[in-house]
Design a binder for this molecule. Structure first.
Ligand code: FAD
Ligand code: NAG
Ligand code: NAG
Ligand code: NAG
Ligand code: NAG
Ligand code: NAG
Length: 368
């Protein structure tokens, strides 16, 4: 059976699903309709649209005891994405901006899960994993580790995906419909597109059938600074995350340009604020980031100052208990949910999209 597919959401998750459907899926896709309130080439970018505000890099995490299976599933997504980035995009598509770098994490108060190398944060599944020696520890940190990593330019990567979707659908003569709208509910989709076979729900926070959003989702605000730095610092090939006192989080992630001529740009972060919905940059947060970064990452200073080009504010779409990648049938409509990825939409993107596509194939086949 050929399939008319509707994808809701044009963030990293919705675009990755469309991309992989066209690139590698064996499904017979009849058409793809992408419905979204926002798209990667919007100017200016809305703060409700999370993906373009991301770092973005790969930051592995230990599996927690109380959410072990979910963490394991999400961790698996990140390894699948890493492999795809390293073995496919880096080699075939330099314009994707994906670069492999070295990742570092430093802790002033290291959690046990890190010092004991719990599942998810050890050499078993992390290429190049190493615990740092004392004299390699940054500033006041008591523990640090390193692993191989990637960084990418989030806004440019989204545009790359969109271009690939256009190109691949054309090449394969699969009709692609792009519809910009704010859906009032998932139910509305079936009224607008009455020949829909499958709906992918990649709406970030989980738009529901009845028009509300998943009650378990919530946002965590993130403020970061886009800075220009001197050429050829170590951060060219390294991303650093520093966990200080009082939950101070300070990180630097290269923002690769995809070509060699642009200025060296970095994302300097950042905050993680629950229950804060302010789209305006907070001066206090900016100063906190700068104060910490001045001490921890002084290599980024130009003539003793940070050269700030932009202040980013985005809202990470979290979900209690973890992301939802699940199939569901409502009123005979087959839905595959893929939302609630919090602070790791880019790192899980390829693994999560593949899983969502697998569910489309496996869950809805006629059961005899
Ligand atoms: C400061 C910051 C730093 C980050 N750093 C990283 C990082 O280093 N690595 C990493 O992996 N992740 C990072 N993230 C997290 C990452 O950005 C998110 O996990 C990811 O963007 C979520 O993608 P998404 O596609 O689920 O949601 P979104 O990008 O929000 O996309 C949701 C889509 O659904 C559409 N939509 C929603 N509701 C409706 C509706 N009712 N009708 C029509 N369309 C609708 C929207 O228009 C949008 O297109 C960071 C986030 C922030 C804020
Ligand atoms: C589906 O929509 C088309 C075009 O809007 C319409 O002509 C057709 O009658 C609809 N079919 C059903 C079953 O509603
Ligand atoms: C999208 O996800 C939400 C969150 O769980 C879910 O409740 C809703 O039904 C989904 N939307 C659709 C169209 O399936
Ligand atoms: C980063 O890596 C590139 C490519 O391997 C290399 O040319 C460059 O010198 C490295 N930068 C630094 C500061 O080490
Ligand atoms: C990881 O995800 C892939 C793709 O969805 C799946 O085939 C595989 O079984 C998963 N592995 C684990 C250990 O969960
Ligand atoms: C696996 C892999 O590609 N690792 C890379 C990680 O980053 C370092 C530093 O840039 C590279 O040398 C590795 O090849």
């Amino acid at each position: 059976m050929t399939k008319n597919i509707v994808i809701i959401g044009s963030g990293i998750i919705g675009l990755s699903i469309a991309y992989l459907l066209l690139l590698e899926s064996k499904e017979e896709v009849k058409s793809i309709t992408l419905i979204s309130q926002h798209f990667p080439d919007d100017k200016p970018i809305d703060h409700e649209y999370t993906s373009p505000w991301a770092g973005a890099h790969f930051r592995p995490f230990p599996h927690s005891n109380d959410n072990y299976l979910n963490d394991k599933r999400e961790s698996n997504y990140t390894r699948i994405s890493y492999d795809f980035f390293k073995n496919y995009l880096v080699k075939k598509h330099p314009e994707s901006t994906v670069e492999i770098t070295r990742g570092f994490q430093f802790f002033e108060n290291p959690p046990k899960s890190f010092t004991e190398c719990a599942d998810g944060i050890n050499g078993k599944s992390l290429e190049g994993f190493k615990i740092l020696k004392n004299n390699d520890l940054l500033f006041k940190s008591k523990f640090g580790c390193q692993y191989f990593n990637f960084s990418l330019n989030a806004p440019k990567y989204l545009i790359f995906l969109q271009n690939q979707i256009f190109e691949l659908s054309k090449k394969q003569s699969i009709p692609l419909f792009i519809k910009r709208m704010k859906l009032k509910s998932l139910h509305e989709v079936t009224k607008l597109f009455n020949n829909t076979d499958y709906i992918f729900n990649a709406s970030g926070l989980g738009l529901q059938w009845d028009g509300t959003y998943d009650q378990n989702t919530y946002t965590v605000r993130g403020q970061t600074l886009l800075v220009e730095a001197p050429p050829h610092t170590k951060f060219e090939n390294e991303t650093h995350v520093y966990y200080g006192q009082n939950d101070h989080l300070t990180f630097v992630i290269k923002r690769p340009s995809g070509n060699n001529y642009d200025k060296p740009l970095y994302i300097l972060g950042g905050t993680k604020e629950k229950d804060c919905f302010d789209i305006m940059p907070s001066k206090l947060a900016t100063e906190r980031i700068l104060d910490d970064a001045r001490i921890i990452f002084p290599e980024l200073l130009i003539n003793g100052e940070f050269k700030i080009l932009n202040i980013n504010v985005g809202f990470r779409p979290f979900r209690k208990g973890g992301s939802r990648v699940e199939s569901e049938t409502i009123s005979n409509v087959k839905i595959i949910h893929a939302y609630g990825f919090g602070s790791m939409g880019f790192e899980v993107s390829i693994g999560a999209a593949r899983h969502a596509i697998q569910l489309m194939s496996s869950e809805f086949s006629p059961k005899l």
